[in-house]
Design a protein around this ligand. Structure first.
Ligand SMILES: [Zn+2]
Ligand SMILES: [Zn+2]
Ligand SMILES: [Zn+2]
Length: 375
């Protein structure tokens, strides 16, 4: 050890450590594109330059990792490091749920993606604190909370699964690709024509992760009512179950925008509405569809949170209406959601501005054309 001591504090030593670790990381984690084209050859355990270092130096490097999750992640790099670092971090890791969750995120970030589907082969379950196989789930040792989390939550989104959500947010936090996972969260656009009522409708859900690491969701429901359709019979599906509380004026707003268009305007848009319980921002618009009828566009935006235990905003959506909740909040408290999702382009939030060309074509294709309708 004598020859090591004077060397340890020098900038050259720190540089050597950084270089060795960078080299080690590079060798362990090749760019995903490279993996897709040429599967990497099996690595021998002795390939890492770390194995060439004396264990005193490995122990010294380990002493820099003060967070138990970092120490555990470093120790799990390979056998040579695990043997050198020992188990000192284990009791601190055991005592802190936050650190255990963070370790799972680090392990998830280190695991390679499935090369074909480009998704991780395991998802993060925060309830049993494990990485579980994507197609199997928590298995026989699933807790009650685990089982519930593998059932999609219809009022949030038909494909919204908590393990998928938590995994996506962890991947984002650690700079891993998550687009393919986000696609799995997103249900396909559904377009329907009801032959009995003559109403055509379309339902679209989109997700985005902000630079700050929050998941935002935008849902659009578009309806085209044929001429002479009795709109009072129309059952509009609301965006949350908190209707009748602080969002009770929604049906009146729907009637208002439709009346504006029926009495001459080409299009009309409401002010922003919002729900205090689930912090949803809502916009209601109507416009004429020449040859088809009157269109109603209902769009709502939500912040589902970053998925960490302190910020689970998604849970507000399934929460019961709370009349004691502060009514001081105004639309401004929630407009950041719309601004973040639309990247500050809040000018055109109508049917043409928000939907894709393919979705617009499909809705018009299913909506019968009649000369002179929707004037
Ligand atoms: Zn190694
Ligand atoms: Zn579980
Ligand atoms: Zn609500």
């Amino acid at each position: 050890m004598d020859y090591i001591q004077p060397f340890l504090g020098t900038p050259a030593f720190v540089l050597a450590i950084v270089l060795a670790f960078a080299l080690h990381t590079l060798i362990r984690r090749q760019p995903p594109r490279l993996i897709q084209r040429h599967p990497p050859p099996p690595r021998s355990a002795g390939f890492s330059p770390f194995t060439l270092l004396p264990s005193e130096i490995i122990q010294h490097i380990a002493s820099y990792f003060t967070a138990p999750s970092d120490a555990a992640s470093f120790a799990s790099t390979c056998l040579c490091i695990r043997l050198a670092t020992g188990t000192e971090y284990l009791s601190a890791l055991h005592a802190s749920p936050t650190e255990r969750l963070r370790l799972l995120e680090l392990l998830l970030a280190d695991a390679p993606n499935d090369p074909i589907a480009n998704v991780p082969s395991r998802l993060l379950c925060v309830h049993c604190a494990r990485l579980v196989p994507i197609y199997i789930g928590c298995g026989a040792s699933a807790t009650e909370a685990c089982s519930k989390s593998w059932v999609s939550t219809e009022c949030i989104g038909s494909s919204f699964l908590l393990p998928l959500f938590h995994t996506i947010m962890a991947m984002h936090r650690h700079g891993r690709p998550y687009d393919a996972m986000l696609d799995r969260l997103t249900p396909p656009t559904s377009t329907n024509y009801n032959g009995e009522t003559g109403v055509s409708s379309q339902h679209t859900v989109r997700y985005q992760i902000s630079a700050e690491g929050f998941l935002f969701q935008r849902t659009q429901a578009t309806y085209i009512f044929p001429p002479h359709y009795d709109r009072s019979t129309f059952a509009f599906k609301f965006f949350c179950d908190h209707i009748g509380g602080h969002t009770g004026n929604i049906p009146a707003t729907v009637a208002l925008v439709l009346d504006k268009v029926c009495s001459g305007s080409h299009s009309w848009q409401s002010d922003f509405h919002w729900c205090l319980t689930c912090q949803t921002v809502l916009l209601i618009g109507a416009r004429k569809f020449r040859g088809r009828g009157i269109g109603l566009m209902v769009t709502w935006w939500r912040d589902l949170g970053n998925g960490l235990p302190g910020d689970e905003k998604w849970a507000d959506i399934i929460r019961e209406y709370d009349p004691t909740k502060s009514k001081k909040k105004t639309a401004n408290n929630f407009m950041y959601i719309v601004e973040a999702f639309e990247r500050y382009n809040t000018e055109d939030l109508g049917f043409d501005g928000l939907s894709t060309l393919a979705d617009r074509k499909e809705l018009l294709r299913q909506s019968p054309y009649e000369v002179g309708a929707g004037k």
